[in-house]
Design a protein around this ligand. Sequence first.
Ligand code: THU
Length: 148
Amino acid sequence: MDRSPAMNHDRDTLIAAARAAASKAYAPYSNFHVGAALGFADGSVVTGANVENASYGLALCAETVAAGKALSEDWCGVLEAVAVIGGQAGAVGLGDPVTPCGRCRQVLNEIAALGGSDPVVWCAGGDTVLEMRLSELLPHAFGPQSLA
Ligand code: THU
């Protein structure tokens, strides 16, 4: 497991990418806009925003959209860092940090496992940026190795 610090991604730059992604959110039902940015060891950044649906329970979170984009575009190398930001429309990043929901932790674990990393996760809020490893957000994760 690679636990080295993120070398290719600056915290504030990745948060800025997540913030830009949040501006593309399709969230007419919750009005809660979330952006996520995945930083890979090759320097690439893949972003996503939440995408809601009139059938409310079908909402896709920003992190899941970003992971789906990365995996389906063959961009999934070593996942070094993840940035997440969110808030009510017009107040993104002003309140408490948004941490990935349980499903997104699992989705992120899959893409991290593919590259053998334990990415740093930055959750940006108004006054603070929470910094954790994915393994802290999802200890004892079930992943590809569990099926071996
Ligand atoms: N949401 C995310 O995009 N990521 C999370 O980790 C938590 C929640 C979205 C889903 C929904 O569109 C809105 O935030 C309100 O729950």
